[in-house]
Ligand binder design. Structure first.
Ligand SMILES: N[C@@H](CCC[C@H](N)C(=O)O)C(=O)O
Length: 271
């Protein structure tokens, strides 16, 4: 049997599995466990390794089995699990996108409020042609993993005559991004608030993204005159971002909740 924890952050849901159970089958396990109709269902799997020295390492696999550098929400889900069930209130989780230190500010039952230091975002305007669409202008943002931010004024987040889901799918796998990219469609509402939709690499449209929140905020602060303290809302809820200056770390604060713990039979998962 493979024990798992299911958690979500603003509706972006993850399974947490101990690394020593994966035995090299990370991609296959992620694909099978994340299937919405035939398995547990999630946007990704966080494999959690505990080293003999007491460090915590994370490997993140998207629902399609691809490995990503990190997830902001997935990292927060792991921090919530450690806070709720092991009373670890501050922890540095080592991801392939760099170390992320999470501080649990509040625990209410299975729900936590957590602040994470998310590194220093790198922001760079970028435009390229998309077949049948034309020139798309946006912003590359690296927050440990890659994002492309498209600003739009449309209330439904459409752009270039396409829905955000349609254009997101085209950009996500566009040759301008050899490793693929996450895509955000962002509306700057005022100095303190932005709203966005996310099309995630390796998943598709999701309800939220921690790194997507940081990327959307970084582009809005750097290039659209948004303030240094921002509320960023996606389908699954609002997260707070603080980014004092371009060369400083961004802090992301938001909720994460443990949904359930369970176990699945290895035969059922891997056949
Ligand atoms: N939802 C995540 C991002 C997960 C990784 C992403 N799909 C990628 O491939 O980079 C978040 O909360 O940051």
């Amino acid at each position: 049997m493979i024990p798992f924890v299911k958690a979500h952050a603003c509706g972006n849901d993850f399974l947490i599995v101990e690394e020593n159970l994966a035995q090299g089958r990370h991609a296959e396990l992620a694909r099978r466990l994340c299937a919405r109709t035939t398995s547990v269902g999630a946007d990704g799997v966080e494999f959690l390794e505990r080293t003999a020295e007491g460090a915590f390492n994370l490997r993140l696999f998207n629902a399609d089995g691809s490995e990503a550098e990190l997830s902001g929400n997935g990292t927060r889900c792991v921090a919530a699990w450690l806070a709720v069930h092991e009373r670890i209130m501050e922890v540095t989780l080592h991801t392939h996108g760099g170390p992320r230190t999470c501080r649990t500010l509040r625990v209410e039952g299975e729900e936590c409020m957590i602040s994470t230091l998310m590194g220093v975002p790198q922001v760079m305007p970028h435009s390229f042609d998309v077949d049948g669409v034309g020139n798309v202008q946006g912003v590359d943002v690296n927050v440990g993993n890659p994002h492309f931010v498209v600003f739009t004024d449309a209330e439904d987040f459409s752009s270039h005559g396409l829905s955000w889901e349609e254009l997101g799918a085209k950009i996500c796998t566009h040759p301008a991004f050899p490793s693929g990219t996450n895509v955000e469609f962002v509306r700057v509402l005022d100095e303190d608030r932005i709203e966005f939709r996310i099309f995630e690499r390796g998943v598709g449209p999701t309800h939220s993204s921690g790194t997507g929140t940081c990327a959307s905020s970084a582009a809005s602060i750097a290039l659209r005159g948004a303030g240094h303290i921002l509320a960023a809302t996606s389908i699954g809820g609002t997260q707070q971002v603080v980014w004092p200056a371009r060369d400083e770390e961004m802090e992301l604060t938001g909720p994460a909740e443990i949904v359930c713990v369970g176990e699945v039979s290895v035969d059922e998962v891997l056949g």
